[in-house]
Write a protein that binds this ligand. Structure first.
Ligand code: 5GP
Length: 201
């Protein structure tokens, strides 16, 4: 009773998406993280093929042309996109594929894969978000300003999402996230084969 699932996680920069998702991955090997491609420069803590596939703008545009991405956007001046190769094969294997992407990409994915679930992570309040974003010390002041104003835009689309996950602590948020995935995997419409088995006894 563990059908493959596509789970999209969004939320403003600094809300803790990455930490929550990493916690989920530690819990269960069935969770597979889709590594995005980006034209953004790596942060000091990031490595190629672990956080992102880092590309030049030209390389990224070549990927778009070759239809290697299931969705892509330009966000705060950089390209970001989800490679096609991993998503479908991992869902078929019965794994839970996690896309950590911003709202425009998330809504595009929902149009392409209506069965996917969209989760939006919210901070306890906006000032907390600003504090976290400055506290992580990885972004320039210009980037922080852009990301905070983008966060306000993203909040306007929360109602398009299936679930809200409050990040008051990483443990609580990961637990909420895990419960959502478990409940979704138990939905009757995701377990047609199992239902068939019982219907035909
Ligand atoms: P960051 O530069 O902080 O790593 O990411 C900026 C934003 O881009 C985040 O909201 C992140 O979730 C989003 N993002 C990362 N990868 C992708 C992707 O493949 N597609 C889309 N649409 N957004 C992405």
């Amino acid at each position: 009773m563990n059908p493959g699932l596509l789970v999209v996680v969004s939320g403003p920069a600094g809300v803790g998406k990455g930490t929550i998702v990493r916690k989920m991955m530690e819990n269960d090997p069935k969770f597979v993280y889709s590594i995005s491609a980006t034209s953004r420069l790596p942060r000091a803590t990031e490595t190629e093929g672990r956080n992102y596939y880092f590309k030049t703008r030209e390389q990224f545009e070549e990927m778009i042309k070759n239809e290697e991405l299931i969705e892509w956007v330009e966000y705060c001046g950089n390209y970001y996109g989800t490679p096609r190769s991993l998503v479908c094969s991992e869902i078929e294997k019965g794994n839970v594929v996690i896309l950590e992407i911003e709202v425009d990409g998330a809504l595009n994915v929902k149009r392409m894969f209506p069965d996917c679930i969209l989760c939006f992570i919210i901070p306890p309040d906006f000032s907390e978000l600003e504090k976290r974003l400055r506290g992580r010390g990885t972004d320039t002041e210009e980037s922080i300003t852009k990301r905070l104003s983008r966060a306000k835009e993203e909040f306007k689309l929360i109602k398009e999402y299936d679930y809200l996950i409050l990040n008051d602590s990483i443990e609580n948020a990961a637990q909420r996230f895990f419960s959502i995935v478990q409940a979704e995997q138990m939905r009757t419409n995701r377990n047609k084969e199992l239902i068939n088995k019982f219907e035909n006894i």
